[in-house]
Ligand binder design. Structure first.
Ligand code: ATP
Length: 235
């Protein structure tokens, strides 16, 4: 990824509110082709709202959202999905009564995308005929991710994919995400494990009370520095 690579997702001066509470304030954020961007911030900073605003699930009160240089601010969520954006929300987005293979077949996409996904998550290939609802929480999370990547998106937005999972499973998921990112998909990652996010990201944004309080490359900061200065955690 080069700094001049094409912008895939661009938020310009985005604001959002719930009733009278302003949750995002003039947020500028760019994810470029092939780039992994981490979005960090304390609880309630507005991270989920930012992902939802990009996906069209939360109505913004100002600013614009661009996907591959097209202004999609007025487009509905399914139109943004068709334009190449996929959101993996917190919690699991799979059909429990369908098998792994059926869950994946519901997505558009060519066979190569499916091969890539099975290569990144071998356990899904082994269990392709198993009902999703009978798998462990970690495997269901993998399937939720796999569904997104099977649709051959340009950018995937991930909301705390590690939430509630055992450390070994989290390692497995991040290893798979690295493989999938290497195939050229841009990622915007909200993550509670700061170390994991810094290890994987090309760039980081920190959100605090709805504003970007820091942005830079992981090698320009450290986990301890971010935690102390921006995430209100004593280290
Ligand atoms: P967390 O890490 O706790 O998930 P976050 O950074 O993702 O936090 P958001 O979930 O975007 O933050 O929430 C930002 C603020 O907006 C919080 O104060 C939250 O209480 C509030 N909020 C979120 N969703 C709604 C809603 N549907 N209606 C009203 N207020 C909301």
């Amino acid at each position: 990824m080069t700094p001049s690579a094409e912008a895939i997702l661009e938020l310009r001066q985005v604001s959002a509110r719930y009733g009278r509470a302003q949750v995002l304030r003039d947020v500028d954020l760019t994810v470029r082709r092939g780039e992994t961007v981490a979005l960090l911030g304390p609880n309630g900073a507005g991270k989920t709202t930012l992902l939802r605003s990009a996906a069209g699930l939360t109505t913004t009160s100002g600013g614009s959202v661009r996907l591959r240089a097209t202004d999609v601010s007025r487009r509905r969520p399914h139109q943004r999905a068709r334009a190449g954006l996929c959101l993996v929300p917190e919690g699991r987005g799979v059909f429990p009564s369908l098998t792994v293979a059926e869950n994946l077949r519901l997505q558009r996409g060519r066979g190569e995308a499916l091969d890539l996904v099975y290569d990144a998550f071998p356990v899904l290939a082994e269990r392709r005929d198993q009902r999703a609802g009978l798998m462990s929480g970690g495997q269901q999370q993998m399937l939720a991710l796999a569904r997104c990547f099977t649709a051959e998106p340009a950018v995937v937005l991930l909301d705390e994919v590690s939430m509630g999972l055992a450390p070994l499973i989290v390692d497995e998921i991040f290893a798979a995400l690295k493989k999938l990112a290497a195939s050229g998909v841009a990622l915007l990652l909200v993550e509670q494990y700061v170390s994991k996010a810094l290890e994987m990201a090309d760039r980081v944004y920190v959100l605090d009370r709805g504003r970007v309080s820091w942005t830079g490359r992981p090698d320009e900061t450290s986990e301890a520095d971010l935690m102390r200065r921006y995430l209100a955690v004593q280290v």
